[in-house]
Design a protein around this ligand. Sequence first.
Ligand SMILES: *[C@@H]1O[C@H](CO)[C@@H](O)[C@H](O)[C@H]1NC(C)=O
Ligand SMILES: *[C@@H]1O[C@H](CO)[C@@H](O)[C@H](O)[C@H]1NC(C)=O
Ligand SMILES: *[C@@H]1O[C@H](CO)[C@@H](O)[C@H](O)[C@H]1NC(C)=O
Length: 466
Amino acid sequence: MKQISSHVGGCSLTCLIRAFLIVLSCCHIFCALSQKSEGALMVVEYTERGEGAAGEDEYVTVHDDDEVEEDLEVVQPTEQWQTLKSGQAVPAGSHVRLNLQTGEREVRLGEEQMKYWTQEHREKGKVQSSFSPDELKQAMKKIKEDLNFASKDTDHQDVVASKYRPLEELKKDMAQLDLVVETDVQIMRRLVDQFRSSNTTTEQRRSILLELEYLVHQVDNAESLCSMGGLEFILEGLNSSDFRLQESSAFVLGSALASNPVVQVKAVESGALQTLLTTLATAEPLSVKKKILFAVASLLRNFPYAQRHFLSHGGLQVLSELFRLDGGGILRKRIVTMLYDMISEKELISQAHLDPVPDVSYEERVRQYSTVSLQGELLEKGWCSLVPQLLDSTEHDYREKALRALLAMASVCLDQYRLNSSLLSSLLSLKDQYQEMVQSEMIVGEENSYFIEIVELIDALQVKMK
Ligand SMILES: *[C@@H]1O[C@H](CO)[C@@H](O)[C@H](O)[C@H]1NC(C)=O
Ligand SMILES: *[C@@H]1O[C@H](CO)[C@@H](O)[C@H](O)[C@H]1NC(C)=O
Ligand SMILES: *[C@@H]1O[C@H](CO)[C@@H](O)[C@H](O)[C@H]1NC(C)=O
């Protein structure tokens, strides 16, 4: 990383912003700021042209302290980098970079020159990023230093007040920008503080959790929340005597864990698995159980270490209790889907050696999954007779999930399937039913591949059971 580069009034800065997931409409502030402040670059705004015409009317100038001139020397950028001298200005949209080796600013034509400040661009504003967060942080630091330095220079400020944007205004923008850059982390910190405050009501805590749930879909946010102690109070929330808090806590946890290995590891280390299993067994009503199950599934996903502990902590017993008690079937479906996902995940790993280019972690992953004896446990804990019960559901979706799981478990359950006459007849009647539905859809000219898929699943299972 040798150069800090920026499109003056232009686009790569938008990118910075994207890297930080900042509200896009704030981009122009940032761009304007950097051109004004990076190494004391200044933009001259010809306000008499009126608003909306900002683009073509802005110039950027380089100056050092007192060397502000009334008549700006405007450098016309070319495709080659040119070194900018003090007091020189460049048209907005030029690409200005700071050469960190020489300490000099250089300019050349920007690809999106002049386009940026049009209203359309300002609104849509999505530009490809070429900046890493580190580059942005460095650039931000530089901007702040320059602002501090410049703010001492009050004489200069007077001189340029009519032409340059006042430094106070710049600083205000800067402060705003800071807010924008740190917005998610700041919001989360405020929410966490509020949550912990003793005079916050349960209702408020609940809405705080829902706000957090929204934020933790961002991988970085979920990690930040953990490092500010979020996991602890979320786990406390799971233990709460108020079921609404339990529900929202489980929801935040599940979303933070989803596809986030860092949070998964931290959660297991904080004892989340035990808390989840205990509350899953005891919590009421159904809505809470659903959310807790979601959190459990997120925790176990692609994480053999947690899966092994789930099994050794009696996770399958807790699930079978839930399964037996769930008349409506929604939990049944979710449980069966989760088991199916776990089985397929392990199978995918064992098939990965067939890849033309096996990846480096392959051996380790195989080793870790080999410690998860899921299939054996499923057999032992009675799942070969539980999963077929989901076929009795009237929902196509539930039946489909049941069929997939039955197929996935066939290697250990086959003997039991074969002895189960009720399962055999149930498969026959389902097959008739779905074939009929496929037929009647063909007659009316529709084709629903979903029903065909179900017929194929039944076929596959019947073939195995022969
Ligand atoms: C809650 O307590 C904090 C200090 O702990 C206080 O600043 C805040 O005003 C209080 N809020 C309410 C609504 O009482
Ligand atoms: C939740 O409660 C159980 C017992 O009721 C306790 O062992 C556990 O430490 C508690 N967890 C948290 C995070 O408070
Ligand atoms: C047999 O299958 C039915 C579903 O058709 C299921 O309800 C029952 O639990 C199964 N019994 C055994 C012993 O596997």
